[in-house]
Ligand binder design. Sequence first.
Ligand SMILES: Cc1ncc(COP(=O)(O)O)c(C=O)c1O
Length: 407
Amino acid sequence: MSAPTPSIQLNRRVEHMQPSATMAMKSRAAEMRRQGNPVVALSAGEPDFDTPDPISQAGIEAIESGYTDYTENAGAIELREAICDKLDHDNGLDYTPEQILCSNGAKQSLALALHVLTDEGDEVIVPAPHWVSYPEMARFAGSEPVIVPTSVEDAYRMSPAQLEKALTDDTRVVILCSPSNPTGAVYPPDELAALADVLRDYEDVFVISDEIYEHVRYDAEHRSFASFPGMKDRTITVNGFSKAYAMTGWRLGYMAGPTPIVDAAAKIQGQFTSAPCSISQKAGIAALALDHGPDGPVQEMVTAFRKRRDHVLDRLRAIDGVRCPTPNGAFYLYPDVSAYFGSETPDGQTLADSSDVCFYLLEKHNVALVPGGAFGGPNGLRLSYASSMEDLDTALDRIEAGLTALQ
Ligand SMILES: Cc1ncc(COP(=O)(O)O)c(C=O)c1O
């Protein structure tokens, strides 16, 4: 006799959480490949380069020398000191190691920051198109995301007037992400200064500044939000190693911020996960010590990304109806494809929205992109150009063929 199936009552917040759309697209593309379809996936959010050798070597040495124990919960002091040096050197920010918490990726740092700062009834301002996880993290922490839409015309950047309009008595956090995933937009320093001017009057509002794409930039200046007058005490700067150093699998990120906030986040980390992997921490120290100049491995990757950005942008803009601003950072393009909403495929299917356009391009033309709905930017879709030129050209041939076949 088989045991009765238990009725499983899951946590309410888990029930309401949306699964990651980027992960869903990745699974569908992998499934189609297994069925023999030659899918080109431009949906991944990770560099297609290997981790630079000096970083990997540091990891290997960590293993060989037995550096395999738990480190301090906040991260090894050598790593936190190296992060303080980086923040001073690159961003003009003065932090002590006690104000740094290293975690399993910037993702964990962001989740911890939102859990520490927000409560039931609080609002979290999220400019859109936004990284997929911010609203879900805010909701899981009990707060309510307030989405501020931006468009191609705004070059996907929130204006001070839009910020001012979104602020209420319940606003607790504003999330900024520059350079941005999914749009590649980079806020120029004067625009960040203008956002800081608005926030100066709202003393209870904190900023979580996600700067994980800091080093992936093309002719655009990066300014840390905490470096604007009065903002350091109200900003949690989040950064990580995944993107600039092609270290997505090493899972290492960090936050820097006011001591009470970092301490509270460390308390949660201490009970939930403890410090990130000791081997990755040694690798992280080596990453920060790399040559970041024009001949170093980071700039080598950025130069390759830039060539691809220019090429893909030219090809996309040559397709009738596709509009896309020039992104100055990250490795994504966010074309507006709303001109195709309502059009019909050769076999008579009407494409209502960005999700329909994406699935049509996947199912009929073997290109995986991510629909805009997941990013709160329903008119667009995300294309990651962290792929070889050959794959990009194949994908662009297919996108062009697919879109021009629509009526
Ligand atoms: C904007 C943004 N923030 C944070 C993360 C998380 O990065 P990590 O790999 O460090 O967790 C990502 C990764 O896709 C991202 O795009």
